[in-house]
Design a protein around this ligand. Structure first.
Ligand code: FAD
Length: 517
């Protein structure tokens, strides 16, 4: 009948389109590459998956996805492309969990390496006085946490969300509420195994191939692909006192935050966020507390005012249950929050660290996880945070509320200036993260265009007022802007590129280098 016929025609058309896409993709890949003796394989199916990321704004369709089984699959592939040399312009990018915002783990007509498919070697733990674990570059942090806990151990420095890969966060920095004490994740790595843009497999550390080691850390995937990392561990606590308190005065809020991050005896995790009165559904995605306690903090009625929430955690072993109450009370007694706004709960260590995943599941069930995410992350010098807050929270963002805004200080002394990341010059600087979600069909205050224009207003203000702000998870579209971002570090970034990836094969999605350097 007619419907059956129509269905068959549509099916045929779809098959034809799929075959055509695959064929045109294959045509960009030299046949010699497909003949390499790999344990893994190239795939031309489902390319659109690799043309998506968490940002949901940019799509570069690759020509192929490499599913490596071992490190030599990656090395052989890159070495082959390196040896082809110009005029071949084939690019390669490592894809961790694809949680970039602006296409950083994508490549137009190039090869995406699916890092999560690299299954060996297995995680290897070393106990003793200075414990560590060797993990694969494509390993998710949540898996490392689960495995480490079996040995009573855990990494020291985290991100707020753990379904990210080691290679993905080490290419940036990896910042969360532990960074004030331990530094970012890139300060907690002892050794890396890397495949460079020439296809060489190199082990590097602060004592061996030191320049490559520091290039890779915070290097935006520009100098090599991280296939293994040695992560520093500490004894894991059992439980966490998880606390939120509120402030109506920004100065008091930041004074307390800064006092806490500089004190010897202090909390183990220190963050903070901004609360606007109209708390929307999306604004709650980070709040997964049980009902009796701190979740209430973000729903506090503020009579139109902006409030600031200081978020802290104190880790403890079960046998320390009594002393931790005393210690926590003592620390809290030194703070100047609004006294009626103490929200406190007790959760397991894993529940605390994996807290955002709970919100993810919630948002997924409502279809709100895969929205466009025009995020903006800034590192702001301490001396400029008040000017910034006055203009941004008091003026630019007065009418909107599209997602959480995190704000917390970290100590620069815990960052290594030999790594590739660019940070502000002062001893203390703030991470301010505007984690917006956009409603795709909206042309209003919650639409993508509006949020992007708000982000631009914030960036323009920072530049006009000369605040010395640096973007974290930076995104620029011209080399001029990248040069300005790196400032005095630009020359050494270019030198590192010419040493480790001279044909600019790697990670083109950042749009830093378009051709050989
Ligand atoms: P991808 O998006 O796959 O890759 C990111 C970049 O790293 C690309 O350039 C890619 O080529 C490169 N890359 C990936 N793997 C490798 C490798 N093995 N070797 C070399 N280069 C590689 N960041 C924080 O610091 N703190 C947070 O608290 C935080 N919270 C977040 C919460 C959510 C919900 C999301 C979506 C992101 C968050 N981020 C946070 C940002 C996150 O750390 C980065 O976006 C990170 O790059 C994502 O990791 P990924 O594995 O998804 O990387």
């Amino acid at each position: 009948n007619k419907t059956m016929l129509m269905r068959s025609i549509v099916l045929l058309l779809l098959t034809f389109t799929a075959i055509r896409t695959s064929l045109s993709a294959i045509s960009h890949i030299p046949s010699s590459l497909l003949e390499l003796p790999l344990d893994g394989h190239f795939s031309f199916d489902e390319l659109h998956h690799a043309a998506k990321d968490f940002g949901n704004q940019i799509q570069f369709l690759p020509s192929a996805i490499l599913y490596p089984k071992c490190v030599s699959d990656i090395a052989l592939t890159i070495e082959h492309i390196w040896q082809m040399g110009p005029p071949s312009d084939l690019k390669v990018v490592a894809r961790g969990h694809g949680h970039s915002i602006q296409g950083q783990s994508q490549t137009h007509q190039g090869i995406v390496i699916n890092m999560e498919s690299l299954k060996s070697p297995a995680m290897n733990f070393h106990r003793g006085k200075s414990p560590y674990v060797d993990v694969r570059g494509g390993e998710l942090w949540i898996n490392i946490l689960r495995e480490s806990l079996k040995y009573g151990l855990a990494p020291k420095s985290w991100t707020d969300y753990l379904h990210l890969t080691v290679g993905g966060t080490l290419s940036n920095a990896g910042i969360s509420g532990q960074a004030f004490r331990h530094g970012p994740q890139i300060s907690n790595v002892h050794q890396l195994e890397v495949v460079t843009g020439k296809g060489e497999v190199v082990k590097c550390s602060e004592n061996k191939n030191e320049d490559l080691f520091y290039s890779i850390l915070g290097g935006l995937g520009q100098f090599g692909i991280i296939t293994q990392a040695r992560i520093s561990l500490e004894l894991a606590p059992d439980m966490v006192k998880w606390i939120r308190v509120l402030y109506s005065d920004f100065d008091t809020f930041t004074r307390d935050q800064e006092r806490l991050i500089s004190a010897e005896k202090t909390f183990d995790y220190i963050e903070g966020f901004v609360i606007k009165n109209r708390t929307g559904l999306l604004n709650n995605w980070r709040s997964s507390f049980s009902p009796q306690d701190p979740v209430q903090a973000s729903q506090f009625k503020s009579d139109g005012k902006v409030l600031f929430c200081l978020e802290m955690a104190k880790y403890f072993k079960l046998r320390e249950s009594d002393t931790v109450i005393e210690e926590t009370e003592k620390l809290l007694s030194q703070l100047n929050y609004i006294s009626s706004t103490l929200f406190i709960s007790e959760v397991s260590y894993i529940e605390f660290l994996n807290r955002v995943h709970k919100s993810e599941l919630n948002l997924r069930s409502m279809g709100l996880w895969d929205l466009p995410h025009p995020w903006l992350n800034l590192l702001i010098p301490r001396s400029k945070i008040h000017i910034f807050a006055e203009e941004v929270f008091g003026n630019i963002l007065r009418d909107t509320n599209n997602g959480p805004i995190l704000i917390y200080p970290v100590n620069k002394s815990k960052w290594d200036n030999r790594t590739s990341i660019v940070i502000p010059k002062e001893d203390v600087f703030y991470l301010v993260a505007f984690l917006s979600s956009a409603i795709p069909t909206s042309t209003g205050n919650d639409g993508l265009e509006y949020i992007i224009s708000q982000n631009k207003k914030i960036l323009d203000f920072c530049q006009r007022a000369d605040l010395g702000v640096k973007q974290y998870l930076p995104h620029y579209t011209s080399q001029e802007d990248w040069k300005a971002h790196f400032g005095p570090q630009w020359e050494s970034f270019v030198q590192r590129k010419s040493a480790y990836d001279p044909l600019a094969i790697l990670a083109p999605g950042h749009r830093i280098f378009h051709k050989a350097v």
